[in-house]
Design a protein around this ligand. Sequence first.
Ligand code: APR
Length: 178
Amino acid sequence: MSADRAAAHAPRLTLVQGDLTEQAVDAVVNAANSSLLGGGGVDGAIHRRGGPDILAECRALRASHYGRGLPTGQAVATTAGRLPARWVIHTVGPVHSTSEDRSDQLASCHREALRVADELGARTVAFPAISTGVYGWPLEDAARIAVEAVRAAETAVEEVRFVLFDERAYAAFAAQVR
Ligand code: APR
């Protein structure tokens, strides 16, 4: 296999309780909304700490490829601005629904973020618990979907780090990774 085509494999999974914006990884994944123009939670923290260059690139993406916004389950990369990471991979999680099973859209966020990471050549990627805040997805179920999707991925990414903001989220993911 040529040196520049790293072997596709299941990445190593690590868990951290902390702040996604402080992770010194190649790429952090943003739990964005389809507007790509910022919000609260992780999205707010990334833009606040990462600075205006991130929003400038998001606006350029809206003006070029994503006129109607980034669809749920898809992912796109920008600079990470002042964050310790090199890139932000923005993805839009599904809003939790009790009447419709949107599990595959949540899994798609993880698959697509890793696909974009491979395009960038990122080898370490940090994910938040996508959709478990404003979008209301129960933590345990989101953790199961996220870990299964990452484990099933064929990617050159070497480390996927789930960065959980509090103990409850950490415990939910630890129960899946054990
Ligand atoms: N680092 C790591 N995790 C964080 C951070 C942070 N700095 N801030 C919040 N979280 C956690 C939340 O506790 C939750 O577990 O990230 C998880 C996802 O929560 P949200 O950020 O609310 O994301 P989501 O549920 O996917 O909703 C997305 O919220 O902020 C808006 O613009 C965003 O409209 C979009 C929606």
